[in-house]
Design a protein around this ligand. Sequence first.
Ligand SMILES: Nc1nc2c(c(=O)[nH]1)N(C=O)[C@@H](CNc1ccc(C(=O)N[C@@H](CCC(=O)O)C(=O)O)cc1)CN2
Ligand SMILES: Nc1nc2c(ncn2[C@@H]2O[C@H](COP(=O)(O)OP(=O)(O)OP(=O)(O)O)[C@@H](O)[C@H]2O)c(=O)[nH]1
Ligand SMILES: [Mg+2]
Length: 457
Amino acid sequence: MTDTIAAISTPTGEGGISVIRVSGADSIQKVGRLFAFKGKLEDVSSHTVHYGHIIQPSDRERVEEALVTVMKGPRSFTTEDVVEISCHGGIISVKKVLDLVLEQGVRLAEPGEFTKRAYLNGRIDLTQAEAVIDLIRAKSDRAYKIALRQVEGTLSKHVKLLRHRLVELMAHIEVNIDYPEHDVEELTTAFIQDKCGQGIADLNRLLHTAEQGKILREGIVTAIVGRPNVGKSSLLNALAQENKAIVTDIPGTTRDVIEEYVNLNGIPLKLLDTAGLRETEDIVERIGVERSRIALTDADLILLVVNGNEPLHEEEKQLIAQVKEKQSIIIVNKSDLPAAVELSYLEANVPPERIVKMSVKEEEGLDRLGQAIGVLFFGGQLETNDMTYVSNVRHIHLLKQAKQALEEARKAADERIPIDMIQIDIRHAWESLGELVGDSIGESLIDQIFSQFCLGK
Ligand SMILES: Nc1nc2c(c(=O)[nH]1)N(C=O)[C@@H](CNc1ccc(C(=O)N[C@@H](CCC(=O)O)C(=O)O)cc1)CN2
Ligand SMILES: Nc1nc2c(ncn2[C@@H]2O[C@H](COP(=O)(O)OP(=O)(O)OP(=O)(O)O)[C@@H](O)[C@H]2O)c(=O)[nH]1
Ligand SMILES: [Mg+2]
């Protein structure tokens, strides 16, 4: 039987109240010795709160005024008997109460040990436990929502369904190996290939959410590039709703890369305004142009701005050729002025959803730009509330491993390799997914995962 553990579960420092959590078979009896109130703690019903005082058991001196909650296992967070003591906030009083609890022979919990017990006792699976860490660490509303969905177990549900299908496939193959004369649906290679293909597609979908999730958490690195004076800095200012970059009608105004985080239609962008691209003798400007080219290579998204009121320059045609293979949008700016740009040239080179006409000066077309980016990165859907996002590196690694195993199985089927060999690959995929939800995972890895938690969680 596991021992009884305790820890302060609220942050240290001054606060309204502080909570000490105690979990284990002896928790009710041990806290009962320290708690003076109208009844006997062993006799109270589960999920009830009681007012009283924490006392020094030797002389019954009052140490603290407290509310004590009892949650009897298995109906508790850890599935063990849990007692929570809420005392006045502050460093000294909570510490005193904790010391009294520990003096009863209760052990101080390790970081994450309550959540680890919840996992080991089957209340939550590993992805849910890991999501608890993400939830605590979430720094943005969106990161928080993604983690909360995972605490609720959405990722596990997906992965368990996938595992279930793989078990069915393995059973199907097994029957075929053991009873070749048995009257099962004939196991053609096409059948295995089809099932593996479905699994690979599912895994790809989950892995794709990892990319999207990263974008949603960290922002799309977006380089605004183009010739001098086309309105790049004006665009940054319009998106930031602030005069962050200097705007003048002198070509070559921006010299350095200027960064700004903005939120466009719910999509976070890390904008980089860059120096206008041109040949120049000016040393400072030349360094700026060099930096623009680096930003252009490194960005996740390129916004190539051109003047709508003049024909395309030769360098712009080259730039279009360069960026069209990447995630990029051509912004045809200055639509408030008479149009002179060769739209037919643009349309022949870039799909229409990646060409956005706008007037930055009149702030016309910013919405359309947001939509175009949404289509490019999320296929137009940006439904974060109901989505499962894979965000943990350990999960991504295991999903990739499972995908690779299924790809090998499919290839083996293709090459007419014996069915029991193919079975091994499918089993590997099943095992990787099992490790993801914590079904077949070693003790050291469990310890490593839970040690990332804070004390008292
Ligand atoms: N004070 C306190 N707040 C907390 C926690 C906690 O442990 N203590 N939690 C932890 O970090 C989270 C909540 N997690 C919990 C999960 C299940 C149960 C529980 O007692 N479940 C029972 C009863 C449910 C019911 O009555 O419907 C059960 O599932 O059987 C309690 C807390 C967040 N807030
Ligand atoms: N008419 C019109 N003028 C604009 C528009 N957008 C920007 N401008 C003007 O174009 C000029 C250049 O704007 P900037 O934003 O400094 O251009 P830039 O691309 O950053 O230029 P460099 O930093 O020199 O590369 C300024 O005079 C702006 O007011 C627009 O939509 N319509
Ligand atoms: Mg500029």
